[in-house]
Design a protein. Structure first.
Ligand code: FE2
Ligand code: FE2
Length: 273
């Protein structure tokens, strides 16, 4: 691992053949599966936005260590969205009327943020997203769901790598926001804005996919009222936590399994820098 703890890996993932996509690919669990499918679609457009937003402010970062970490953060995110684009092609290929249109609408949101908003909004938005994913990544890796016998191996491996790297770069957006802008209230507001934006997109994708999947794969793909409540809690707890004045990702205690996974993925990578 690099001195920064943010190694940039190129991974040799193989996208499953056409027709192999089953919507309940994470442990056969509809909440987890639809959440991650929506997230995979979201990050393919969010992460290019992250890279562009952070690169625009790099010259304003006076701390060399933070500048290096921010550069590595961008390079990790660039690997993520390139890999997700390949897997997302499989999702689109499964045929969901309206899904591509919703995805293109998301693209116009990020294009608008790049054109019309200022650096504080953009870096705040990036931090709002990262504050959510670092918590979600720790929870998901700790749950064992990505290695469940019912989890698709290729998609489980993709998410395991992505979630691990979200943990590795968990401090960068927070430190960048504090270094450039500081303060609590606007950062808290952007946590709400970014995490609500993501949740709305994922819910829209889920609503598009569910009726198609129930018709194709049966009622196991439907979400019960209890599962919808579980989804809401799964989102609101990290959102509220990240909005608190004393929130910082620096306090997370990482289990040994994260360090072990980091080393294992570096060994599997085709290159690490
Ligand atoms: Fe990422
Ligand atoms: Fe990230």
């Amino acid at each position: 691992m690099s001195d920064h703890g943010i190694p940039v890996r190129r991974m040799p993932f193989t996208v499953p053949d056409d027709g192999a996509f089953h919507p309940l690919y994470i442990a056969g669990h509809p909440v987890a599966s639809y959440q991650m499918t929506g997230l995979g679609l979201y990050v393919a457009l969010l992460e290019p936005f992250i890279v562009k937003s952070v690169r625009r402010v790099l010259d304003c970062v006076s701390d060399p260590a933070l500048r290096e970490a921010a550069d590595r953060f961008c390079r990790q995110e660039a690997q993520h969205y390139q890999q997700h684009e390949r897997f997302n092609a499989m999702v689109f290929g499964a045929g969901y009327p309206g899904l591509r249109e919703r995805y293109e609408l998301l693209r116009t949101d990020f294009d608008g943020f790049l054109a019309d908003r200022d650096d504080r909004f953009r870096i705040g938005f990036v931090e709002g997203f990262e504050a959510n994913t670092s918590q979600g990544a720790l929870r998901l890796l700790g749950s064992g769901a990505l290695r469940h016998p019912k989890t698709d191996k290729a998609l489980g491996a993709l998410w395991e790598w992505h979630m691990l790297e979200e943990i590795e770069h968990r401090n960068v957006a927070f430190d960048l926001y504090q270094h450039l802008f500081g303060g609590w209230l606007y950062r808290a507001r952007m946590c709400w804005v970014a995490q609500h934006h993501m949740a709305r997109f994922i819910d829209d994708c889920t609503a598009i996919m569910l009726p198609v999947d129930v018709a194709r794969h049966g009622p196991a793909c439907a979400l019960t009222a209890g599962q919808r409540l579980q989804r809401l809690l799964m989102r609101m707890v990290p959102r509220v936590k990240s909005m608190l004045p004393r929130y910082t990702p620096h306090r997370y205690q990482l289990p040994d399994s994260v360090t072990q996974l980091s080393a294992k993925l570096s060994a599997q990578a085709t290159s690490v820098s």
